[in-house]
Design a protein around this ligand. Structure first.
Ligand code: HPA
Length: 288
């Protein structure tokens, strides 16, 4: 079976579980940020183990289940937990769940993550909208033979050379900024730089990344964004600053700190996602 067939098999299995629910919005929850999954109404909960060909997370804080239902009244599919390259997974495995969302007909995704803050002035626990990214992972999930069927009949999709000039949808960012302003907690925008991990960065690397224009650093999201764009899916990225990046604080970095900060703000993120879901689903549904 080809990779495309594996994705189709997983999507077909999920379609049967979802019944009449047709999610137009997908959400991926990062380290320690799983609470939004429990805000989903009438949830259909599918553990990753039961989905054909789906990779299973090995990291604490990534519980590994798909939750479909409605959020803010919009039909959504939420991935609680993701797999990473540093766990030993291939590029194809890391992006498999995003491919399945594409096959399910999702038109937009909200990708959330835990990130180290590089910019001066970031507060721990703050959410930052991703305006753009820098891929320093050393690999690209589109390497290898191109699979045009991943276009799923959407225009300008499934292409060998995928345009990334608006990786993070301008209009979705505008919606997110407006919604957050209404809440009295306006979101700032930042630049997310992705490394492969699992070691954290050195202070010299963080100084170099700052010079390059990065304000956030993390170990996920970028591969998902790339394959989402390959499938013509709009992306909104939200980082939670779980810690100050290496060299910017007196204490050493740890996954425990990342996870703890995530836990402290996951409810706030759940509320934000609840409000965003309605607006974003309305925007993308209007076109289909
Ligand atoms: N570096 C890389 N990835 C991260 C960090 C960090 O400081 N914090 C959370 N994920």
């Amino acid at each position: 079976m080809s990779y495309f067939d594996d994705v189709s098999e997983a999507a077909q299995f999920l379609r049967a579980q979802l019944g009449s629910l047709r999610p137009s919005l997908g959400i991926v929850l990062g380290s320690g940020l799983g609470a939004a999954a429990s805000a989903v109404h009438d949830p259909v909960i599918v553990p990753y183990e039961s989905i054909p060909n789906f990779p299973k997370s090995t990291v604490e804080g990534h519980s590994g289940r798909l939750v479909a239902g409605t959020l803010g009244g919009a039909p959504v599919v939420v991935l609680q937990g993701r797999v990473h390259f540093y766990e030993g997974y291939s590029a194809k495995d890391v992006t498999f769940p995003m491919r399945v969302m594409g096959a399910l007909g999702v038109r937009a995704v909200i990708l959330t993550n835990a990130a180290g803050g590089i910019a001066e002035g970031y507060k721990i626990g703050q959410f930052v909208l991703i305006a753009d990214h820098i891929n320093m992972m050393g690999w690209n999930p589109l390497a290898g033979l191109n699979e045009p069927r991943f276009a799923f009949n959407r225009p300008n999709s499934g292409l060998r050379f995928c345009d990334m000039s608006e990786a993070y949808s301008k209009r979705l960012r505008q919606v997110a900024i407006q919604v957050s302003e209404l809440e009295g907690q306006p979101l700032e925008e930042g630049i997310y730089l992705a490394v492969s991990g699992p070691s954290f960065e050195t202070p010299a690397e963080i100084r170099a990344f700052r010079t390059m224009g990065a304000t956030l650093v993390g170990m996920s999201t970028v591969p998902e964004t790339i394959v989402a764009r390959h499938m013509g899916i709009e992306v909104l990225g939200i980082s939670c600053v779980t810690n100050l990046a290496a060299g910017l604080s007196a204490t050493p970095l740890s996954h425990a700190e990342v996870f703890e900060t995530g836990k402290q703000v996951e409810r706030k993120l759940a509320e934000l996602l609840d409000r965003l879901a309605m607006w974003i689903a309305a925007l993308v549904d209007a076109e289909s």
